[in-house]
Write a protein that binds this ligand. Structure first.
Ligand code: CA
Length: 617
């Protein structure tokens, strides 16, 4: 599978997540009086904007009449890139004829590199009268945008991650693309309508969630509201973890792929991930008082609780099948060992943690009817032909780690015996991992500098006081089964806000953790909540109504869990099929009230689990 194809699948998944079936909005937020344009759409072509070229301005009738603007900021020819490619911050802005005064900057995804039609990350903002912008992160992936007219891919040198050889392109991807596009978009809005935005928002998931968290620190006055989903706020360290995970699975491989590297899909076929899910559920599902396939008391689902269950599901060396998985009833000792090392997080040879541990979660398997980019898709397999590794860690991740997050970049071809897969399987956690913190004269900002929302120079304390003082509000959501970003890492970030200048983080940042959901959606989970989230953030910003529980729905008409082995029959029976559950603001967790239908949020409450037992390192 080509890099571009794999990336487009990732983006398609993201978009489908953002436009999932939406719930009816329970509370309508204040909507400002509509405003109309003070110039024609074509006049936008004539605006004078610093370092900006408007390339097209087109009247469009759907989903509502609007002016679609495409442009580029800081277009240049790179002197640093050996290919001397054209770079620039491509952007797209939709200006509705009837504007409600709101502006949304959409966060990006993956390694960016393309323009998405800016409809809004909840899928409905433009339709509701918002002005919405998107950007390409400062580089263009193949096939490229025809209006922009350039691409920055080189399969012999990083593929879609090739832009990592250019320092300015790294910075544009890290934070400057969002910052510049927001400023230019606000100027165009002011020129077009005669007024700037009354309220400004940023909403994104994955790398787009990172965009939101980074913006709250680098550009604390730009946005009144931020929604950060599955945020890669600590992305370089997560990328190191991608290499760690693949190296834990590699010894389990029994064949090699077309690049001569360990072929991972056979290490954890779907039925084995089912067994892992059943094992974890056997230990932790009932800790919240309801056996339903959902581990709401994830803080109590510790290694001490899970390890005995994994042992109980380990194939017996002297059993009928020996130490061999067979049709979904047990795991090999090697599989269990790999899982323990992966969930504990990467360490160097001195045992020093390089990222974070992970919460154990039942979404580790990928049910055919609710597939999502969770554990399996990132670590094991993400579709594709035989003999080709398709785990996202070995495609998207394997381009980003050497080219973007390592300084200086290790120029790596996409495929071949010395390609991106080989880089991941040979990654050294003593000598390579520190390079995410490294700088050189040609690359003066380290990956941890330009990518993250962590101030490492301040003892890991997070200072969000400028954003808080601006009046900014942020809602973060994350999956407990995210295959790439650990929710433990995010919880530790959230807890680090305590004691910083903003003493009450709940007053302006709320965190929602979603069991079983995969990366930005999918999985056997309550994944439909975009409309309620949109109402929550606008209500918080514009009416000062702090969000409490947010209702999420599972729209599947049957449980993705089978009604029998290897799962407890109560799992499928009590799963919220075609129903709703409340998402609770951390540290509160969801609990069944003890009576009533298990697919009705009305029968669930948010409770404090007492004390946080999150594993920390
Ligand atoms: Ca449960």
């Amino acid at each position: 599978m080509s890099r571009a194809t794999n990336k487009s699948i990732c983006q398609t998944m993201f978009l489908s997540t953002a436009s999932v079936l939406l719930l009816a909005v329970a509370a309508l937020a204040f909507v400002p009086a509509p405003a109309a344009a003070s110039m024609t759409c074509g006049d936008v072509m004539n605006l004078s904007l610093p370092n900006t070229q408007i390339l097209s301005a087109t009247e469009v009738t759907t989903p509502v009449p609007h002016c679609n603007v495409v442009g580029v900021i800081d277009k240049r020819t790179s002197a640093q890139d050996p290919d001397h490619f054209t770079y620039g911050i491509g952007f797209e802005l939709n200006l509705p004829d009837s504007w409600n005064g709101r502006f949304e900057m959409m966060g990006g995804g993956g390694t960016d590199g393309s323009l998405r039609n800016p409809l809004g990350s909840a899928g409905t903002e433009l339709s509701q009268g918002w002005a919405v912008a998107s950007d390409d992160g400062g580089h263009e992936d193949a096939p490229g945008n025809p209006t922009l007219g350039w691409i920055d891919d080189d399969n012999n040198a990083g593929g879609a991650a090739h832009f990592g050889v250019d320092e300015q392109a790294r910075i544009d991807y890290g934070y400057n693309g969002i910052g510049q596009t927001t400023q230019v978009s606000k100027q165009i809005i002011e020129d077009y309508y005669g007024n700037g935005p009354q309220y400004s928002y940023l909403w994104g998931c994955s790398n787009g969630g990172r965009d939101g968290m980074v913006a709250s620190q680098r550009f604390p006055d730009y946005f009144d509201g931020v929604v950060a989903g599955n945020p890669g706020f600590d992305l370089p360290r997560a990328a190191v973890t991608e290499a760690w995970n693949e190296q834990q699975l590699a010894p389990l491989a029994t064949s090699t792929d077309i690049n001569g590297q360990p072929f991972l899909p056979d290490t954890f076929p779907p039925q084995d991930l089912e067994v892992a899910s059943a094992a974890i559920l056997s230990a932790c599902d009932g800790l919240d008082g309801l056996v339903d396939g959902i581990i709401d008391n994830y803080t109590a689902c510790t290694d001490d609780v899970v390890y005995p269950a994994l042992d109980a599901y380990t194939c017996s060396p002297t059993g009928a099948h020996g130490n061999t998985p067979h049709g979904g009833t047990c795991l090999t000792a090697a599989q269990v060992s790999a899982l323990k090392r992966i969930y504990a997080g990467p360490v160097n040879s001195h045992g020093r943690p390089l990222y974070s541990s992970w919460y154990w979660d039942a979404g580790i398997w990928d049910p055919p009817t609710a597939f999502g980019a969770g554990f399996g898709a990132w670590n094991v397999s993400f579709f594709g032909p035989p003999n080709v590794n398709t785990a996202i860690n070995l495609t998207l991740g394997a381009g980003a780690l050497p080219m973007i997050f390592t300084t200086p970049p290790v120029v790596t071809p996409v495929s071949g015996p010395n390609g991106q897969e080989a880089f991941m399987f040979h990654y050294n956690f003593d000598t390579d991992a520190p390079k995410i913190f490294a700088t050189t004269s040609e690359y003066p900002e380290s990956a941890m500098d330009f990518m993250t929302a962590i101030d490492f120079m301040d003892g890991k304390r997070v200072d969000l006081s400028p954003f808080a003082n601006h009046g900014g509000k942020m809602i973060i959501y994350d999956s407990l089964n995210d295959g790439i970003f650990s929710a433990v890492d995010l919880v530790n970030w959230y807890n680090s806000i305590h004691g910083a200048h903003a003493d009450d983080p709940q007053s302006f940042v709320r965190l929602y953790l979603i069991p079983n959901m995969a990366h930005c959606g999918g999985g056997p989970a309550t994944t439909s909540f975009s409309a309620n989230l949109l109402a929550a953030i606008t209500g918080w910003v514009e009416q000062r109504q702090a969000p409490q529980q947010i209702i999420a729905a599972n729209t599947n008409t049957s449980s993705p869990f089978p009604s029998g082995a290897p799962f407890d029959p109560r799992v499928a029976a009590n799963f919220p099929t075609n129903g709703t559950r409340p998402l609770c603001p951390y540290p509160e967790q969801t609990r069944y009230s003890g009576s009533g239908a298990t697919n009705d949020a009305a029968n669930f409450v948010c409770v404090s689990p007492g004390h946080d037992r999150s594993r920390r390192h």
